[in-house]
Design a protein around this ligand. Sequence first.
Ligand code: UFG
Length: 335
Amino acid sequence: MTVLVLGGAGYIGSHGVDQLIEKGFDVAVVDNLQTGHKEAVAKKARFYEGDIRDKAFMASVFEKEAVEGVIHFAANSLVGESMENPLMYFNNNVYGTQVVLEMMGKYGVKLIVFSSSAATYGEPKEVPILETAETHPENPYGESKLMMESMLKWCDQAYDMKFVALRYFNVAGAKADGSIGEDHDPETHLVPIILQTALGQREKLKIFGDDYHTPDGTCIRDYVQVTDLINAHILALQYLKDGHESNIFNLGSNEGFSVKEMLEAAREVTGKEIPAEVVERRAGDPSTLVASSDKAKAILGWQPAYTSIKDIIASAWNWHESHPQGYGTPASEKE
Ligand code: UFG
């Protein structure tokens, strides 16, 4: 089966490409390399550099590839940035998805697995969050993901395109062998920032607010290991191939950790002090996001292999220690 992976050079997408190749899929990748790294794309995948909003470029890819399914990771995904620049999010995320769906329609592709987000829920009324919970996004990023889900729903109704939207909670970690991992510039995510501080690349971790309505006052998030997350995509693809109806699944761990708990766990994993200070809240942060992933387990048969937060952090640490400059300069190539 030929799978077109959009955003396959990014952190999550590159783990997707890697696992699809390992499982024997034929893989083509589209990425504009705005945030992705070409070095992260598995060598057996065919790589097309370009933007999903560029219709002529996308048509040329669909002309060359006998695409049977699409996995769509290509989007901007930072809560804080989306608060400052909402139109960038609606343009890349929503319009980009419009072009993808038009191309799928034109070339008769009927299956899509879509990277959605816990940010679609906003501040939840109840945790763990079920897929049936109300969606009230608190930032343009989450709003854009909800709009993209709506587009998929209406395209299913009108054109019989089947989709699985996977609402990610907080993705962390790296492939177990440390060969690919998380490398953003600038980095804004908690786990890499903590580990860069452990490496001495940052002076201290800034904890964004300790006056939230949580036991220690810092925000609680649900962390899911990236290779487990990808495994759910492959199950979702199979689910669609088997002819099932479109569906939405949360991907998390059913367990939440505060920023302070993450810091403590990282101190234990790395054996480093990791200095930290509390600063102002960051705009757009809900206080608690914890998923119920029972639906993905029951329907897709998803079974995460990583069940301990320390193991998730250790997998990220393995990558950061061996690639202190990310894809820039692998440690193995240094003096
Ligand atoms: N945080 C800090 N200091 C930092 C970085 C983060 O205290 O230097 C805190 C944040 O305020 C937040 C938590 O750590 O409370 C996690 O922050 P991240 O930036 O790592 O992740 P987010 O929860 O903001 O967002 C991530 C993805 C989104 C996704 C969301 C779903 O970036 O795409 O998880 O839960 F929607």
